[in-house]
Structures are given as structure tokens and as C-alpha cells.
Write a protein that binds this ligand. Structure first.
Ligand code: AMP
Ligand code: TRP
Length: 327
């Protein structure tokens, strides 16, 4: 039997090249080698307030972007988290074996909590729900960007703890990070991770940005006070641009170095911009086709949920049996 893969993204904000290079590109690459489930994690999104009608349309937008990026719904299951109730059900059971201290140590929790006056319980529970997503399907591999590595560690800890309390129940998953592009930084501030929720106009390149917008954002990217690329002393802004080029082109370190060493920043930016424009052009086209076909997306999401539901039910049945719950 093929190893199962599970991953997901939140339907909030605009998907950007960090999401693509950190996660989505890998999903597309491995989908034929594993049994894959790609989820739109709407229950995670509502840990912060989302406007209901915006959330409803974001869910569809993200699903369409998965497909536009090359996820084939005849091969992989594409589904929405809240359409399989077992995600929330298993999350409760896992909550009961998770010490609060483990959750309070999560850096994403600390960063989100620091921004709120009153911290919703969902923000603290967020990684338990994520563990439930993964363990529900007994996934062996979880392809994500670097910022999710700590949540994956916690998922393993929860699985191991459950297994030791109640007997072997869950597959303990491993994290799969891309070798280049696991952490794309903000173009306006290369000290900050590129993020869907950041507000700066030149912070990110969104997957559906038109070519002129992409060029503008990249041409305005923060570099440093040197005039041209010097690998020995390059600052974070220049390294970020080089990583973006490398991740899109697939070139190795040697090719990148040979091509860019000594190049003026203006030329570096032009080349990065053209690479990104050409790689994203098919996205917009396929996206329009997908959303333009009446009923198609709903069919894909419905079928995805139907395909994975029996796996989820079997895990919940097993967990209930192990814990002595009534079933
Ligand atoms: P999120 O935007 O939090 O829903 O993240 C969706 C996926 O994109 C996760 O696998 C993240 O690890 C990945 N991701 C988000 N931001 C970045 C980034 N700046 N660089 C690389 N991967 C990222
Ligand atoms: N927390 C992840 C993020 O923000 C999204 C996510 C939810 C996820 N459940 C998951 C990723 C399960 C991988 C596996 O990026």
C-alpha cells in the first residue's frame, strides 16, 4: 500500500509564492508517488474571525488554486476540513492527552497571542486540530513549509503519547520540507517570513497577481547597500531573491552562483521578476478555466470528502475502542 500524504492550507488571505514554493509545488511533485489528501482547513481559519461570505468564497478560491497549480483531483483527494466532522471529533480526543504546556510553547501561538487583547481558545488548540487532521488519515508524510515544522513535532509527540497510553493506534508522521524555498521571506522586509496576513503592498507576490503587479513588487524588493551580488557577503534580501529564482528554476547552487555572481541588483530583480511572471502565467489561465466551469469545483470537493470519509471513520472507530468510549 502507498504511504499516505496529508497537507492543507488555510482559506484566509491570498496564497503567495511562499505557499507555492514551500508546500504546493511539492504536493504536485509527489502526488503520483503517494496516496494524497489535500485539505482546505477552514476550521483552522476561524481561529481568527473571518467574515462568513468572504470565508465561503476563499474556500473555493483555494481549492481552485490547488487545481490550477497542478493537483489532479482524479489522483489526489481535495477536500474541505469542515465537511468531514471526524476532524473536530478526533481533535477533542487528542486534546485530552495534550498538556497545555506543550501548546503554550508553540512559537506561532505566542506570536498570535501577543497580537490579541483576548486570546481565543481556538488559537491555543490550533495545533491539536492540525494533529487530528494528520492522524485521522494515518498519514506518514506531511509536506509543509518550514514554519509548520514545530507543529509537526507536536503532532508526533501527541501520537506517541496516545500510543503509549492506549496502545499502538496512530502512524507517527514525518515532515517533508523542500530543499529550497522552505522559508520565503517578505520582499519588503527580508527579516520577516512572507505571510498571507501581512499588509504591506510590496510584501508578497500572490499567485493570481497580474504580470505588471509582479514586476513592480519584485523591482521594489529590499536588498542592501551593495551594488551587485556577492555570494560571500550577500544580505537576506538578496539571498531571498536568489532562493525564489532557484526554487522556480530548479537550478542547483553551482548554476545559481555562476549565473548571478557579480550581477547588478537591478538586473537580478529583472531576471527574478521574469522567472516568476513566466511560472505563474499558467496559474491564472487554469484558474479562470476552473472557476468558469459551473459545478466543477463543488463536484471535486464533494467527491474528495466522500473518498476520505471511510478512512476517517475507521480511525475514529479505533480511537473510541482504544479509549473505551461508547460506540
Ligand atoms: P498558511 O499560509 O499558514 O496556510 O500555510 C500554508 C502552507 O504554506 C504551509 O505548509 C506553510 O508552511 C507554507 N508557507 C507559508 N508561508 C511560507 C513561506 N513564507 N515560505 C515557505 N512556505 C510557506
Ligand atoms: N497549520 C497549517 C498552516 O497554517 C495548515 C494545516 C492545518 C496543515 N492542518 C494541517 C498543514 C495538516 C499540514 C497538515 O500552514
Amino acid at each position: 500500500m502507498k504511504t499516505r500524504v496529508f497537507s492543507g492550507m488555510q482559506p484566509s488571505g491570498n496564497l503567495h509564492i511562499g505557499n507555492y514554493l514551500g508546500a504546493l509545488k511539492n504536493w504536485v511533485r509527489i502526488q503520483h508517488d503517494y496516496e494524497c489528501i489535500f485539505c482546505i482547513v477552514d476550521l483552522h481559519a476561524v481561529t481568527l474571525y473571518q467574515h462568513p461570505s468572504e470565508l465561503r468564497s476563499k474556500i473555493r478560491e483555494i481549492a481552485a488554486l490547488y487545481l490550477a497549480a497542478g493537483i489532479d483531483p482524479r489522483v489526489s483527494a481535495v477536500m474541505v476540513q469542515s465537511s468531514v466532522a471526524a476532524h473536530a471529533e478526533l481533535a477533542w480526543m487528542l486534546t485530552c492527552v495534550t498538556p497545555v504546556g506543550w501548546l503554550e510553547r508553540m512559537t506561532q501561538y505566542k506570536a498570535k497571542a501577543a497580537k490579541q487583547e483576548s486570546v481565543g481558545d481556538g488559537i491555543l488548540q490550533y495545533p491539536v486540530l492540525m494533529a487530528a487532521d494528520i492522524l485521522l488519515y494515518q498519514a506518514g508524510i506531511v509536506p509543509v513549509g518550514d514554519d509548520q515544522a514545530q507543529h509537526l513535532e507536536l503532532t508526533r509527540d501527541i501520537a506517541l503519547r496516545f500510543n503509549s497510553l492506549y496502545g499502538e493506534t496512530f502512524v507517527v508522521p514525518s515532515t517533508s520540507l523542500p530543499t529550497v524555498g522552505a522559508r520565503i521571506m517578505g520582499l519588503d522586509d527580508p527579516e520577516q517570513k512572507m505571510s498571507k496576513s501581512a499588509s504591506g503592498a510590496n510584501h508578497a507576490v500572490a499567485l493570481l497577481d497580474p504580470p505588471d503587479r509582479i514586476r513592480k513588487t519584485i523591482m521594489r524588493a529590499t536588498t542592501d547597500s551593495q551594488p551587485c551580488v556577492q555570494f560571500e557577503t550577500a544580505g537576506p534580501g538578496v539571498l531571498n531573491l536568489l532562493s525564489i529564482y532557484q526554487a522556480f528554476s530548479g537550478w542547483d547552487d553551482g548554476q545559481i552562483r555562476q549565473h548571478f555572481e557579480g550581477m547588478r541588483y537591478g538586473d537580478l530583480k529583472k531576471q527574478v521578476a521574469e522567472m516568476v511572471v513566466s511560472q505563474l502565467a499558467p496559474f491564472r489561465e487554469r484558474y479562470q478555466q476552473i472557476v468558469g466551469e459551473p459545478g466543477y469545483l463543488d463536484r471535486v470537493l464533494h467527491e474528495g470528502a466522500e473518498r476520505v470519509a471511510p478512512i476517517a471513520q475507521e480511525t475514529v472507530r479505533l480511537v473510541k475502542e482504544r479509549m473505551g468510549l461508547y460506540s
